[in-house]
Write a protein that binds this ligand. Sequence first.
Ligand SMILES: [Zn+2]
Length: 746
Amino acid sequence: MKKTAIVTDSTAYISDETAKEQDIHIIPLNVVIGNEAYQELVDLGTEQFYQEMAANEVLPTTSQPAIGNFVQLFESLAKDGYEEIISIHLSSKISGTYQTALSADDMVEGVEILGFDTEISCAPQSYFVLEAARLARDGQTAAEIIKHLQDLKQRVMAYFMVDDLNHLHRGGRLSGAQRIVGNMLKIKPILQFVEGEIVPYEKVRTEKKALSRIFDLLKEDADSRKVTEITVIHANRIEKAQEIVSMLKGIHTDIPISISFFGPVIGTHLGEGSIGICCSNHVFRSVKSLPDHKLVNVPWEPLRRFLAGRRLTQKEIPFPQSILEEHELAGYIQHTQGLTSSPHHMCKRCGNKDPSLFGRFNSPLKQEHIYYCRHCLALGKISSTTRLYTWKAPTPTYVIPSKPLQWTGTLSTGQSNASNQVIKAIQENSSILVWAVCGAGKTEVLFHGIEAALLAGKRVLLATPRTDVVKELAPRFKKAFPEVKQAALYGGHTKEDTSAPLILATTHQVMRFYQAFDVVIVDEVDAFPYTFDPSLKYGVLQAKKTDACEVYLSATPSKELRNEANLRVVRIPRRYHGYDLPVPRMVWCGNWKKALQKERVPKVVMQWIIEHVNQRTPALLFVPSIYVLDQVSAVLTTHQIRHAAVHSASEDRHTHIESFRAARLPLLITTTILERGITIPRVDIAVLGAEADLFTESALVQISGRVGRDHLAPTGDAVFFHYGKTLAMQAAINHIRKMNEEEVQA
Ligand SMILES: [Zn+2]
């Protein structure tokens, strides 16, 4: 039996005695009043907090625990011999605590850490924590406990109301607030947690009416769900809470009813006087009796749907270990160790063999080192003790409509030729490179081939190195194949039905698939990071079936790829609308770095910008680094030129791109993150510092390829502002000229 620790945060408002008695470890959140920061319930009691809040003009603020607190606690638990930790937290939609706990996982060794987002807070959060503690004592594994907590989510209800909505509104913790702002803030809505967010459930004018409505809702729950406990929660209003308890006792004679409180952190957001009522029907049940999986001849369908075609760690599979073991005994699944060790270490998921990219820690039980792969750590830790599970057979079948493709557009001559070659490659299970100029319409070239594959019962993967490209393609494929089940997978967006016959994914997400696809299409095959990271190629190789057809797409394929044996090459030298590619011009702009240091943008560049802003022609300005991006942006801000600046780490990147696309924003400054995958009608582009190393021939061809893509505006301006011409600049111009001269094959 593994030793499992239960960790939670202070907003479950579990008393010290209970925590001690039930072996629960608590991380406090912080409240700042005036200039003083306090850890709630550690150096700031609830009563004292409400006094301070009432006495201070400036309202308090809150903050999540520092990551160091988690690391310290997790390490000390590992030292105490715990092998697994379940860290249970308030809704990740209202606090970063859960994310911080997950991040701490990567910094602590020797113990398995599983996070759980309760999507709620306060007393209902404590239901989850106490249940987990009980299951841990009962000997359930961490995975089994998590499964049970997931089930519990459906069985916990909470309603609450606040005295003054402004607290929630001001703290940004109220969703759908636009519906009730203004004078509506005076009403008393009943609030609820929906998928972790606080949303108004019903508008009621008085507290009395709100309470009576909550009583009704509770009665419905009690009748339909067999409520087993009720808790009344108050923000410094004990008498009101006691009154409510005695009223409820008159209605629910056989259900235990207790009182809890909103402590400092939650009190900050709800305000004094708030009242909550929550209930649950968490009848204790053994996890082992939960799913109907008494298998002898038949595998359990949810597991098959989840695991078929994938290779996942136990942590990534949301089913109890016991189910995995039974399926393994019955021969439906198998596992391998995540790392092989002889003759050298190799990670089975990402193919990493570089000795410097393996970390190690001491096994807490045995006197030996445990190694783990640092290269694919972002996807979750794989160590020499990690098991990777795969589905053996049989795989699920898919329903494919008789006419999967609903796209009605027509192909240009060049597209049509390429499309036929792609169909042929798919039928013959051979490999092909489609070398198509920017704006040739290479996505449409795939449609008929994908349709042929789906009709032949083949599974199709479209992989691309860029998240933005997945996001841009997903709606187009939904429209083209409306009745075909599909999933789009990228970082932060992975909870899709991965058993779909058509999968769009970033090359990182592809690493979780195994021998799943009959057709593998890699779009933007020359884009960073695919070309620089061999593990992404390894991932694609692992995800495809042995004799799968491979289709590569690019406007700027590398020499190696162009010359690869067994790879047929088909070229589309012309855009779908038939016009030439705009040829970029080179303009010397002087020492732009020095100019920026003096908080100036070179004159020619400034003129280009101002002309575009005045004429309302969308302008996209590429710069070599985030540092330069910030410099340019600062100068333009001083000159009051409306713009946005985006790079790979900008959180609001997509909002800005959408504003630019919708012509609400005249100018967008960007790094090479937008060199491909983006289409804006009428856009002109400029590159500042085009001589920088990262502006390679292919990058400059791609950047210039943003111009003139729309058939209504097929021309436009592309300019390389430089402080010294480079071979790459010249090569990019030659490349474009050559494509313009080439004949289209029919
Ligand atoms: Zn790895």
